[in-house]
Write a protein that binds this ligand. Structure first.
Ligand SMILES: [Zn+2]
Length: 76
């Protein structure tokens, strides 16, 4: 992966970050994850990821147009 990719939409530099899901307590959040397969929701409305391959995502944001590009790469 390129250390600082350029936006595929406008060609400007992209900033590294991540997308977060907000937790119930407003000062904390969860990093989004990628997993294979079609998501199945349980009775509680949450997606079951038990036993699945789960990888945290990293996202780059174009500071010019706002385009987001995400990667799910396993840590070494
Ligand atoms: Zn852009």
């Amino acid at each position: 992966m390129n250390a600082q990719p350029k936006c595929p939409k406008c060609g400007k530099k992209m900033e590294e970050g991540c997308t977060l899901g907000r937790a119930e307590f407003p000062a904390y959040a969860y990093v989004t994850v990628w997993t294979s397969g079609v998501p199945k929701r349980g009775k509680n409305g949450l997606v079951d990821i038990d036993g699945k391959n789960v990888i945290e995502t990293r996202t780059f944001r174009c500071s010019w147009c706002g385009y987001l590009e995400s990667y799910a790469i396993k840590p070494n």
